[in-house]
Design a protein around this ligand. Sequence first.
Ligand SMILES: [Fe+2]
Length: 500
Amino acid sequence: MKYGQGVASGQPGTRGITLWTRVEGLDRTSRLQVEVSPDEDFRRIVARNDVMAEQARDFTIHTRVTRGLRPGEQYFYRFYTCMDENSQVGRFRTARPADSREPVRIGFFSCQEYGSGFYTAHAALAREADLDLVIGLGDYIYERVFERNPIRSDTTGANRDGEVQTLPEYHEKYNLYNADPELIRMRASHPMMAIWDDHEVEDNYAREKPGEATRQVRIPFLQRQRNGYDAFFDHMPRIRVRKDPDQIFGRIGLGGSADVFLLDQRRFRDDQACGDEFAVPCGEQDDPGRTLLGQDQKRWLLDGLAASRATWKIVGNQVMIMALDVPRGNALNPDQWDGYAAERAELLNFIRDRGIEDVSFVTGDIHTFFAGNVSPTGRQNEVRLPEAVATEFVGGSISSKGIFDQAGGEGGRDVTAFPSDQGVFINNPHIRFSNQSFKGYGVLEAGPEELRVAYRAVRTTQARESEPFTLAEFRVARGRPEVEVVRAPTTGPQPLPLVP
Ligand SMILES: [Fe+2]
């Protein structure tokens, strides 16, 4: 028996955790056990569950441990049978109690196309000390190979071309990604909650409407979407919600310092505005009534933000909520919140009008590091108007390439990325940090007086090992939605000075 995709934990509660593994080499549904201990050497066992590796779910195991755990404590776990060797050991921390004022540390990452690079950034994320949670912000898998010169091959799918559509093909894709040793290490090291973006099904799909990335359509889109959704839940450490088994949005309370709101920005959205064309203004993106979240999820989010008693409200957001303009006032990308401007205004006006403080969005999707201030229009000028009501941290990508390393490779990327970063600053005064060169992830610490965010990057993803470094550090003071750049690269473009 082998645990080729490692172990994982998720859905941390004050007295509960969801544990996951996948067993290779079985030919039918089989019984195992999992044990949980406060010590790494398992001297004292506080919980033990009988678990089933289900054939129908690709021999994955999902079990909820709800006994023997105390709030805010670190635990270790492993799976075993009496006849075989144990699984790897995983680690998690239960959620801190609601009255805790201790700082909460959260990692966030997105976009890990397998062929685009090695998971050197996951090796670094795995080593981050004592994270309460890691949030996967989407594009955990890519439904086909987008990299033109893959550094490692992805031959999943019926035609061995990386393009997956059936349930067994999606399973194969997750098993390929999850067998990566660095990703195994990361998943074992911290509890993780992933939300999907589009590539977990198909590039740029919207609700029930397919995107246009598929080269060879073999099955109807709705069937494919079902397969993509089912495989996602099979390979993630989370138990499905009974009322709506495809629901991924939800709140994770991590104590008095942070509530995490995780969103779904694909399943309920209206189709992308303006034919999903880049930088082609058509006015449609401002139409009232267009929705990214859908009515039920939006209501849930507004109510949840208003009711939250935690100091920091961290919103796990797939697509960027700040505007990204070229030139000024002209939104570049209708796939992000810019294409749903009326709903963005509704959400941010609600935050302002209700006096909800200390909301910060963490975001994936765009394979770039950005940070900045979020106003109801998504924009701010040099005199900081309209006033910001929240902040946003867009945390780069693990391996998926951006426009510039796609075109110029890592060697030449600064040469092309620097002028582009400069353009971002000139056209978007609300964006206080832009780096389109490096791959990596974010780590935030939600404390009683301030939110601290670090962007961690690796020098290269084209080798298995690379030294991680801190690309930039930020601070947001409580009650003041303004990204302060504490540390940034000393070379390269700088943001526009704002009138204080
Ligand atoms: Fe992506």
